[in-house]
Design a protein around this ligand. Structure first.
Ligand SMILES: Cc1ncc(COP(=O)(O)O)c(C=O)c1O
Length: 360
């Protein structure tokens, strides 16, 4: 059996999946799926997520519609979704349900709603997944093996489904996708990262100043089509076998972070410890007007903390016809800490720094 066949076997044994499609990126698979839909089809995306799938939506000729997220978890809000679909004059074709920081929305409930409205539900599991829930109550799931992901292989993605029609349609569409030159991809990924981090650092959003990120889709188009034969399936197999242990380890640090921030004034814990999935990062909420001061202080101490993701609306992707906005904005108050390579020593240092900041 080849390594690729063994990888397929692992997924088929542990998850509700019959068909698997590999590609150079998760985004290549999303692009191919969007291409199977009529032009200008409406796709719903949560307003808090990695912006790159919205670029491929634009490239594929479909229209992105943002949906509010639950303010206590950052995950797609089913109530907002219901509202959008009922208010939308056009048929919504698909919903991208994102496992934000690895944690899964209640797709069971979302799927019932999608099926009743003839909408395809996609589980974007690029940031993390659980074998048991993966693809269990959606039409298909996508995984990413990109930079800094839980399963970082330096690139690659998989589409997983039990739906033969989707499998056949996406496979056919993928044969038409051109493959980009690796030298162009390298150059573009450096440019994209530079731009991405510039935006990431801009926390005091001024109206208009950031309403331009969404305009870069065609400039970066080559970035989304790397060759699929770059995936090292032997390495993926080994990493998949370590996954349950890795998940446990991440949860251990999440609980430590939770204990720490529960003791500290000024922080709100995310209401998601029970979500299915696997933590990619640890996130906690801080008052909007305190975030800048806190991150500057913590970074000054050499600790890597991120405020990503801002609402996609702030990056220039619009809500279009959605009028209802939730009062508290997740994107303005979220903080993320990395879980990889955490040690007792590093954690104690972090704890001391945060205690000193709160005490000061
Ligand atoms: C939620 C989400 N979806 C999709 C992607 C795209 O994955 P890839 O880089 O493999 O195209 C990413 C990562 O960038 C992501 O975080």
């Amino acid at each position: 059996m080849t390594d690729y066949e063994s990888v397929c076997q692992v997924f088929k044994q542990q998850s509700a999946i019959d068909f698997i499609i590999p590609a150079g990126r998760a985004n290549t698979l999303l692009y191919a799926f969007f291409k199977t839909l009529p032009e200008k089809s409406t796709i719903i995306f949560p307003e808090i997520m990695c912006p790159s799938p919205l670029f491929v939506a634009d490239l594929a000729g479909v229209e992105a519609q943002l949906c509010d997220v639950d303010s206590s978890t950052g995950l797609l809000d089913i109530h907002a979704l219901r509202r959008i679909v009922s208010e939308n004059p056009k048929q919504v074709s698909a919903v991208l349900s994102v496992n934000l920081y690895g944690l899964r929305p209640n797709n069971h409930e979302i799927y019932d709603f999608c099926r009743a409205n003839n909408i395809t539900l996609i589980e974007d599991a690029a940031q993390g997944f659980d074998f048991e829930s993966l693809s269990s109550d959606v039409d298909f799931s996508i995984l990413s093996f990109g930079n800094k992901k839980t399963l970082d292989l330096g690139g690659g993605g998989l589409l997983l489904t039990k739906n033969k029609e989707i499998y056949q349609a996406v496979t056919a569409e993928l044969t038409k996708v051109r493959v980009s030159d690796p030298a162009i991809i390298l150059k573009l990924s450096q440019d994209y990262s530079a731009l991405y981090y510039r935006f990431q650092e801009m926390e005091s959003y001024r109206v208009g100043s950031q309403k331009c990120f969404a305009g870069f889709s065609s400039l970066f188009s080559d970035l989304y089509f790397p060759a699929k034969d770059t995936i090292d399936f032997g390495l993926l197999l080994a990493r998949l076998r370590e996954l349950p242990k890795d998940k446990e380890q991440r949860l251990f640090w999440v609980k430590r972070y939770n204990d720490l921030f529960a003791r500290m004034k000024g922080f709100t814990l995310l209401d998601n410890l029970e979500s299915q999935g696997s933590y990619w990062r640890y996130s906690v909420l801080i008052a909007e007007d305190k975030r800048r001061g806190f991150t500057d202080y913590i970074r000054d101490k050499g600790i890597d903390v991120s405020c990503w993701y801002p609402s996609l609306e702030k990056l220039g992707f619009n809500h279009r016809f959605l009028t209802v906005k939730q009062k508290s904005s997740f994107g303005e108050s979220v903080l993320n800490f990395w879980l990889e390579d955490m040690t007792n020593e590093k954690f104690t240092y972090l704890e001391t720094c945060i205690e000193a900041y709160i005490g000061s």
